[in-house]
Design a protein around this ligand. Structure first.
Ligand SMILES: Nc1nc2c(c(=O)[nH]1)N[C@H]1C(S)=C(S)[C@@H](COP(=O)(O)O)O[C@H]1N2
Ligand SMILES: [Mo]
Length: 437
């Protein structure tokens, strides 16, 4: 089995990841596929159910006037479906902090804009779109300054991609920390983005042969700056101004952010101010003091860009336990799989902490560098189980076990954790985050 290949590659290679993952053979499974065809059990209501026998109160009086909220709001009953933050991952005043996406409540693969996770190092900049400018300069033939309207005049593209902060699940390197899916994996979200492919704009700008790297800098107070290889910019990077059909939210970088599909969240520079073409990496703060990974040898890995293949079961989870599920009832186990290195090819589920695996079904759209839903119909016999998921992508990578990952990386890296996650489901339906090595 090929596991933690990219991490191993990094250890043996002081410089950078190869930009193109050559396509390797699909991971071969050594077990038979199980077809999970089930009959839905009837969900019966009792004959004396007041809720169906009596006219509800909203049926006999007028509701909200039609345009009470010109920008619609969720039902007040959904007030618990919100982003959440924690002092553990905040500067204390919440200007450098992270608000986690409630992924336990998300359906499908699109996160509504109000629930998209938010990681900012200097608060949310409120940028005046009329005064917004994008400067493209450095080792180029024709440096340019673009207004927002000028950016929007280029032919647009729309793509669905996830963004994940490499610190997603970071406290887990040193043992289970959060008994919550939202806090364990909520530093990511997925959306439909619209903007311009950078390759389109760069044709006009003309990159000089000496330009190998580009510095992308934000205009917010943190002046987040990262260097990226020119190849990625010409491959699939975009500058985006819309998310799920509307303008970016301030938290996501309104009016313009860089989108670097599949790569570390922090490379997706928000409130993008300039792109400077250079001949060597800048070694900026966020690629030296931060976002580097200390390995057991004492060496740190720098410029580790792609987010590796990963998955997690979203139902059940500690935030959505099976406490109401009765013995012998059918239930849908659901989860999310994603890879910044390609497309999810399959997901396996284990009920015994990783000893035996069964193939789950991929549901809906299966796209590269995108969240992918998986599902498995299951009849729970009420006995405790250890529920894990393990995803594989078309670049030939499979999630490692915790032992396999720690053997290569030690416990100091903080970033890029993609080891298998296991939930313990107790006989009372409670779900806990446990680490099976
Ligand atoms: N200008 C700027 N860009 C930024 C940041 C920032 O603080 N300033 N945070 C980065 C980090 S660390 C991550 S993980 C992603 C988070 O994107 P989101 O807030 O839209 O979820 O944005 C990145 N881009
Ligand atoms: Mo991040």
């Amino acid at each position: 089995m090929k596991l933690t290949k990219d991490k191993e590659q990094h250890l043996s290679n002081k410089t950078n990841m190869p930009l193109n993952n050559s396509r390797r053979d699909f991971f071969k499974k050594g077990f038979a596929l199980s077809a999970s065809v089930v009959a839905a059990s009837a969900i019966a209501a009792s004959a004396d159910d007041e809720a169906i026998l009596k006219e509800p109160k909203w049926g006999s009086k007028l509701g909200w006037p039609t345009n009470k909220y010109p920008y619609g709001v969720p039902s007040p009953y959904e007030h618990n479906v919100v982003r959440r933050t924690t002092p553990l991952l905040s500067s204390g005043d919440y200007y450098a902090a992270v608000a986690m996406c409630p992924i336990q409540d998300i359906k499908g693969i699109i996160v509504p804009n109000g629930l998209f996770f938010n990681r900012s190092h200097g608060g949310t900049a409120i940028v005046d779109p009329n005064k917004y400018r994008l400067l493209i300069h450095g080792l180029v033939e024709n440096p340019i300054v673009l207004t927002l309207d000028q950016i929007k005049r280029y032919p647009s593209e729309t793509r669905i991609h996830f963004i994940e902060c490499p610190a997603n699940g970071s406290p887990e390197w040193r043992g289970p920390q959060f008994n919550s899916l939202q806090f364990l994996k909520g530093m990511m979200s997925c959306a439909e983005w619209t903007g311009v492919k950078l390759s389109t704009i760069l044709k006009e700008v003309g990159i000089k042969p000496k330009a190998k790297w580009v510095i992308a800098e934000g205009s917010d107070d943190s002046h987040m700056a990262r260097t990226l290889p020119v190849e990625k910019l010409l491959d699939d990077a975009m500058i985006v101004y819309a998310q799920n059909g509307e303008a970016l939210r301030p938290d996501q970088g309104y009016p313009v952010r860089l989108l670097v599909p599949g790569w570390e969240g922090n490379l997706n520079v928000k409130w993008l101010r300039r792109l400077e073409f250079v001949d060597k990496p800048a070694h900026a703060k966020e690629e030296t003091a931060k976002y580097t990974m200390l390995t057991p040898s004492g060496k740190a890995i720098q410029y580790f860009w792609p987010m590796e293949v990963n998955s997690v079961i979203t139902s059940p989870c500690p935030d959505k336990p099976w406490t109401d599920l009765k013995k012998g009832e059918w239930v849908e186990i659901e989860g999310l799989a994603w890879s910044g290195q390609g497309t999810i090819t399959h997901v396996d589920i284990s009920f015994d902490g990783g000893r035996n695996w069964k193939e789950a079904k991929l549901k809906g759209l299966v796209l590269p560098k995108c969240w992918t839903r998986f599902s498995f119909m299951y009849k729970w016999n009420g006995k405790p189980i250890l529920l894990s998921s393990r995803a594989t992508d078309d670049s030939g990578n499979t999630q490692p076990t915790i032992d396999q990952e720690v053997k290569v990386m030690g416990v100091m890296p903080i970033y890029h954790r993609n080891a298998i996650v296991t939930w313990e489901v107790k006989s009372n339906g409670e779900v806990n985050n446990v680490q099976i090595r």
